[in-house]
Design a protein around this ligand. Structure first.
Ligand SMILES: [Zn+2]
Length: 166
C-alpha cells in the first residue's frame, strides 16, 4: 500500500470510535500534551499494606512524565504501580520507587503523586482523616518549574485540553 494514501486522521478517528464502542473513554486517564510532550496518567488505583502496622492503605496514583521518544501505555504504568504496591510498603517509598523506575525506563522527567488513605491512621482517631499525599519529582521535572504546571494539569478536571505551557 502506498503510504501517502494512508489517512492518519481518519484512522485516528476510527480507532477512537472503536474505543468508545468498547466502552472506553479515550480521553480518560492518559492524555498527551503536544506543546510540552508531557504525558499524564491519572487515577491509577493502588492497594498496599503499611509495613509499620500491617494495615491496608490505598488510593490513587497520578503519573506525569516527559518522554524521551517512547510513550508508555496506561496498562504498563498500572502494572508498575501494582508491582510496588503489592508488598509491605510505606507511601513515601512507594512514590519514590515508581518515580525511579519510570526514570530508568528512559524518560526526561517524571512526577508521581500518590493519594493514600491509611487505615492505621484512621483507626487511631476521628480527628485524623488518614489521607496522605506524597510527591516525587525526578529529572527535568525536579530541576525546572515544571512541577507546579504538572500539578495543575493533574488536578485540573479538564486537563484534556492541556493548554498550559511548561
Ligand atoms: Zn501504618
Amino acid at each position: 500500500m502506498n503510504k501517502s494514501l494512508i489517512n492518519k486522521k481518519k484512522i485516528e478517528k476510527l480507532v477512537r470510535q472503536i474505543l468508545i464502542e468498547l466502552g472506553e473513554n479515550p480521553d480518560r486517564e492518559i492524555s498527551f500534551n503536544e506543546e510540552t510532550d508531557s504525558i499524564i496518567a491519572k487515577d491509577i488505583q493502588f492497594y498496599s499494606m503499611c509495613e509499620h502496622h500491617m494495615l491496608p492503605f490505598f488510593g490513587k496514583i497520578h503519573i506525569a512524565y516527559v518522554p524521551s521518544g517512547k510513550v508508555f501505555g496506561i496498562s504498563k504504568l498500572a502494572r508498575l504501580v501494582e508491582k510496588y504496591s503489592r508488598r509491605l510498603q510505606i507511601q513515601e517509598r512507594l512514590t519514590k520507587e515508581i518515580a525511579d523506575e519510570i526514570m530508568r525506563m528512559g524518560v526526561k522527567g517524571v512526577m508521581v503523586v500518590a493519594e493514600g488513605e491509611h487505615l492505621c491512621m484512621r483507626m487511631r482517631g476521628v480527628k485524623n482523616s488518614g489521607m496522605i499525599t506524597t510527591v516525587a519529582n525526578r529529572g527535568i521535572v525536579a530541576q525546572t518549574d515544571a512541577r507546579e504546571h504538572l500539578l495543575a494539569l493533574i488536578y485540573n478536571p479538564r486537563s484534556q485540553a492541556m493548554l498550559k505551557q511548561i
